[in-house]
Design a protein around this ligand. Structure first.
Ligand code: KG4
Ligand code: ZN
Length: 351
């Protein structure tokens, strides 16, 4: 089958036909499908969020997530095709996140993608979810090319990458405990603010004074590019035990603003250090926490003052979505990087 598929791809490319990639993303708690044309035109980008299911537990319950994916996947894929005004027969290839993520959740997306690939005789492209986050920036600026420092900051990951001019990807730093998004979610749960925590804290922090409550800046002096957010979370909890009035309505905005400022400060400092060390002049930020308004403005200010080009996707493309999966799938399609139907899913994987 691989030989036939390669021939199909060559024909598509020769005829300069539009390359239409169906992307599928189910690595965590969002069921997502999207159709992207030529790696840059988003024809549809459908997301079925499970927040109301997991909200009452204050975090994702893996078993509930995979069950919900099973219920939603066909509907979401059909909706993505409908919104793109396409039939499955017009799709060039199907691209799916197969790593890293929750195994039960990944299996649902991968199973659907394999079935489509087999039934429609189109290439299957299994992609890395983290790399897809980086590629969300290429939807907006396809001509950007390699040679940049990448920060992926989400609920499950906080990692820094150096991406060389020939696409050599090297991880240069990562969190040694909680991811930044995880810290936002855990503090929101502790304060009874709801799930996911990042957006609620972001909104509340706007009304607060980030200089009011002193918070540590973990690992800033560590001499490496790693992060740690678990101690910051403990520091906040400890402060509220010592001074319970910080939990009063009039002070909680100051508390979360100070907490958010500490996280953003560390992310900004370490990312720009990584960029300086690599000699690149471009920074790409992606992942759910990149939706944070304070993060976006602090990164922009610093990039301006340092003469660095900064790319952060629009908020919808920061969160888990399938357009980024279809975008990365397009580049694999052009390169002829197809996956076998026996491809597996993995809970852990670096880029
Ligand atoms: O990338 P994503 O959608 O899923 C993962 O791959 O983890 O990221 C989800 C994370 C959650 O922890 C959520 O609280 C955080 O992104 N997040 C935010 C904001 N919006 C989402 N964190 C801070 N500020 C936001 N505005
Ligand atoms: Zn993600």
């Amino acid at each position: 089958m691989q030989g036939n598929l390669s021939r199909l791809r060559k024909n598509d490319l020769k005829k300069r036909q539009k390359i239409l990639i169906l992307g599928i993303e189910t690595s965590c708690d969002d069921t997502c499908a999207s159709v992207v044309e030529d790696g840059k035109v988003i024809l549809s980008n459908v997301v079925a969020s499970q927040h109301e299911i997991h909200g009452k537990y204050g975090g994702v319950v893996p078993e509930l997530a995979s069950r919900r994916h099973i219920e939603a996947i066909d509907i979401i894929i059909n909706e993505a095709l409908l919104q793109a005004n396409l039939k499955m027969g017009q799709i060039s290839a199907v691209s799916v996140s197969n790593r890293p993520g929750l195994i039960g959740s990944l299996l649902v997306g991968a199973g659907a993608a394999k079935a489509i690939s087999y039934a429609k005789k189109i290439p299957l492209i299994a992609v890395n979810h983290l790399k897809a986050h980086l590629f969300s920036n290429f939807l907006e600026v396809p001509s950007m090319g390699a040679g940049f420092t990448g920060l992926i900051v989400s609920g499950g990951h906080t990692s820094l990458y150096s991406v060389g001019k020939n696409w050599e990807i090297k991880e240069v730093g990562h969190t040694v405990d909680d991811a930044a998004g995880e810290a936002f979610d855990k503090i929101a749960r502790f304060l009874g603010l709801g799930y996911p925590g990042g957006p609620v804290i972001d909104r509340l922090a706007v009304k607060g004074d980030s200089a009011k409550i002193e918070m540590p800046r973990p690992m800033l002096e560590s001499g490496d590019l790693n992060f740690s957010f678990s101690g910051l979370k403990t520091a906040l909890i400890y402060k509220t035990k010592k001074e319970p009035d910080l939990l009063e309505e009039s002070k909680i905005a100051d508390l979360v603003a100070s907490f958010q400022e500490a996280i953003v400060d560390v992310l900004v400092q370490k990312t720009f250090s990584a960029c300086r060390q690599s000699g690149f002049e471009k920074i790409l930020v992606s992942g759910g926490v990149a939706a944070n308004s304070r993060l976006r403005s602090k990164f922009a200010q610093k990039a301006d003052s340092e003469g660095i080009k900064l790319y952060i996707p629009p908020i919808k493309l920061c969160m888990d979505n399938a357009a980024m999966v279809a975008c990365l799938g397009y580049y694999d399609y052009i390169a002829g990087n197809f996956s076998d139907l026996s491809v597996e899913v993995y809970s852990r994987s670096d880029i």
